[in-house]
Write a protein that binds this ligand. Structure first.
Ligand code: MG
Length: 461
């Protein structure tokens, strides 16, 4: 099992999803050899809740990941994270006999008890949070500049982790993907030599800003540094597929390729033809590329428009790998193995929910999506995503019956998960993990021989 999760890669960023800006031959080949989802969403349009949801098979508010003391994602040194009372996909697979390895970005808590090695991964090599959360230059003007009269708030150095330890600070981000690939290949060979089932979770730092890229990819890019970062993601996949073939594991390995949320929609990124971007519950924030390849079982070259979500991988992989789905708690994801294996199968989802922090913003049922709010502003708009995937024409006035039907699902969601907009608490939610005296992983030390004392790009995501 190889699960590749990109960071902020948009629906329109890949050749097989219509991009003409980025060259993605390996990803396009993955789609040609497997199944491409046209209507696959993550459970949140931002990093931490999207990842926590995918790992546990639950909507973010279910696991207390609706907000992080009022913030939409986790920040370095916060005393919050995924508690060990939650069962992650890696724990489930390890309990089913799998070797488990993570490379790349975690972003589900950086304190002891919240790390990948506390959540079922035998080993981890990567970043605890986003790659802009290091010691970085600040612009002197514009929205990211410090207010007049205030010093810039310099963050601590960006830590690179090996298991539960900081192994390096301020790593060269342009070289990091290559190091992730090296670690992945080492893991695949070791698992193959032991004849053990394995789970590799590869969570890219790309294409989250700032974008530091290698000259090889920059020189070949027709879409600036963004295209170079996408090309590097593509190259990483090519190496992993090559390795699986060399090891004779092609037919026995499920490879899933997806993204944690939509693109920011600027500086080369695209969610076309969808509306909106990262941080919004328009389709451009929620719907992401998703490709699954399993040559032994999934027919090549298929596409599906059935609804599916990142929260579905937990129960789906449990079913395919002999793992157990917990029965002592609510799990929101559904087993979508039938969608993978059978062209006639239909989505198991009666509805899909879009929360922004603790507020229920949108509900999807079949072709219809109703929007109830955007970042605290109430609205009622209805879109027919089959006829209007770009959410351009509000048809609420024409379909009071559809609105009423979707309102039943919204009410069921509020009655279980809550909704901050009307001030309702959810009765079936579990608390986020919390430590009382969090310690930032590394503090800045002027005497430390950093390779890069400060990243020089001012991009912040
Ligand atoms: Mg992201």
């Amino acid at each position: 099992m190889v699960l590749i999760n990109c960071d902020d890669l948009g629906y329109g960023d890949l050749g097989c999803y219509g991009s003409t800006a980025n060259a993605t031959p390996a990803i396009d080949r993955l789609a040609a050899e497997g199944l491409r989802f046209d209507d696959f969403s993550m459970a949140s349009p931002v990093c931490s809740p999207s990842r926590g949801a995918m790992l546990t098979g639950c909507y973010p508010p279910r696991i207390g990941f609706d907000s992080f003391d009022g913030l939409p994602v986790l920040f370095p040194g916060q005393g919050l994270g995924l508690p060990t009372s939650e069962i992650s996909m890696a724990t489930m697979l390890r309990d089913a006999g799998y070797r488990t390895q993570m490379v790349g970005k975690w972003h589900c808590g950086d304190q002891p008890g919240f790390l990948p090695t506390d959540h079922g991964f035998d080993h981890w090599f990567g970043l605890p949070y986003s790659n802009d959360m290091g010691r970085q230059a600040y612009p002197t003007e514009g929205p990211m500049a410090p207010p007049p009269g205030r010093e810039p708030i310099y963050l601590n150095p960006l830590p690179l982790m090996l298991d539960d330890r900081v192994i390096e600070q301020q790593p060269d981000q342009a070289a990091l993907t290559e190091r992730y690939v090296t670690e992945s290949v080492r893991f695949l060979r070791e698992a193959a030599a032991g004849d053990d089932p394995f789970f590799l979770y590869f969570a890219h730092l790309y294409v989250h800003i700032p974008l530091y890229v290698q000259p090889r990819f920059a020189a070949a890019s027709a879409n600036g540094d963004y295209g170079a970062a996408v090309a590097c993601i593509d190259w990483a996949l090519a190496v992993i597929l090559h390795e699986l073939r060399e090891l004779g594991l092609d037919d026995d390995t499920i490879v899933i390729f997806t993204s944690d949320n939509g693109s920011r929609g600027v500086d080369g990124g695209s969610n076309a033809p969808l509306r909106g971007a990262k941080t919004t519950t328009w389709e451009g924030g929620m719907r992401v590329p998703c490709i699954v390849r399993w040559p032994g079982r999934i027919a090549a070259g298929r596409t599906t428009s059935e609804l599916a979500s990142g929260i579905d991988w937990f129960p789906t992989l449990a079913g395919l790998c002999g793992g157990e789905v917990p029965t002592d708690r609510t799990i929101d994801g559904r087993d979508i193995a039938p969608l993978l294996l059978d062209e006639e199968a239909r989505s198991p989802h009666e509805c899909l929910l879009s929360y922004w922090m603790d507020q229920l913003e949108a509900v999807r049922v079949g072709r219809w999506k109703v929007h109830y709010a955007k970042h605290g502003t109430v609205r009622t708009e209805l879109y027919d995503l089959e006829a209007d995937p770009g959410e351009t024409t509000d048809v609420a006035a024409d379909h009071p019956d559809v609105l009423a039907a979707l309102a039943v699902h919204a009410e069921a969601a509020r009655a279980s998960l809550g909704d901050g907009l009307p001030g309702r608490a959810g009765p079936d939610v579990r608390p986020i993990g919390r430590v009382d005296h969090p310690v930032p992983l590394p503090a800045y030390d002027p005497a430390h021989p950093y390779y890069l004392a400060e990243y020089d790009l001012t991009d912040r995501g």
